[in-house]
Design a protein around this ligand. Sequence first.
Ligand SMILES: C[S@@+](CC[C@H](N)C(=O)[O-])C[C@H]1O[C@@H](n2cnc3c(N)ncnc32)[C@H](O)[C@@H]1O
Length: 281
Amino acid sequence: MSEVNAAQISYWNEVAGPKWVRIGDEMDARFVRITEALMAQASPQPGARVLDIGAGTGATAWPLARAVGAGGMVTGIDISAPMLGVARARGAGHPNVSFLEADAQIHDFGAQRFDLLCSRFGVMFFGDPVAAFANLRRAMAPAGRLCFACWAPLAANPHWAIPFEIVVAALGPPAPRHPHAPGPMAFSDPDYVTGILQAAGFTHIAVTPTNIPIIGRSVAEEARIAGVLGPSGALLDEKQADADMRAAMQTQFATALSAFAQADGSVASPACVHIVTARPQ
Ligand SMILES: C[S@@+](CC[C@H](N)C(=O)[O-])C[C@H]1O[C@@H](n2cnc3c(N)ncnc32)[C@H](O)[C@@H]1O
């Protein structure tokens, strides 16, 4: 595979991909309401040809495939072999879904033309986002549509902000980094995203903030995930926190996140995503 996004390729194959795979179905359960909102906006039509960008373990490929039916097809593209391994295993027996291990920023889609480009959190990791979206736009049918979900700013996402602030208080802030550096929060500024899509040739661009809860199985499970993924997990890794520190942090996360516990023991943490739509011309 190319070296254009070498750091992200190694991160998603060696660090983040294995973490997602270990957490397994719980990740999809947490994001089920986000997936529903994305599908409602993307509105995949029967017979459509769909590209799922950064398809990961295939969580959105299946709802897309159900919507387009036997006459349509879904291609999931991703750079993470471990995540695609899960996606492919889930896809056994689905002839209209296929997965491609390739970098969406530079992959040559040849003569393929997609009616819908869709992504749940898979487009914020490009080293050159304008080049990536220009490449993706070339693979779209003239009447095609782009629809993806990305994270709104940290402050609008307490499920991440609360554990992150706990780690900052204990271990100090992360090393300074560019706010638009590839990562989960890279697209949290609507003006920045709009500028990228305009520069890549897209029109009819709309960014819709969507408040939606993340549904965790339990407070303990949410605290465990915050210790591994997201800004809190990344900061614990950056600070090389040892097992004792991680355990102490997890206890504090659980205390704080219990504010969102439901009567049945699940956790509904407030969250906000931006659903971005655009057309190729
Ligand atoms: C946060 S995960 C989201 C995965 C999946 N869409 C989901 O919601 O479960 C981001 C995904 O984007 C993929 N990714 C990052 N950079 C990519 C690139 N340049 N081309 C294709 N996929 C990429 C990662 O490997 C990872 O699977």
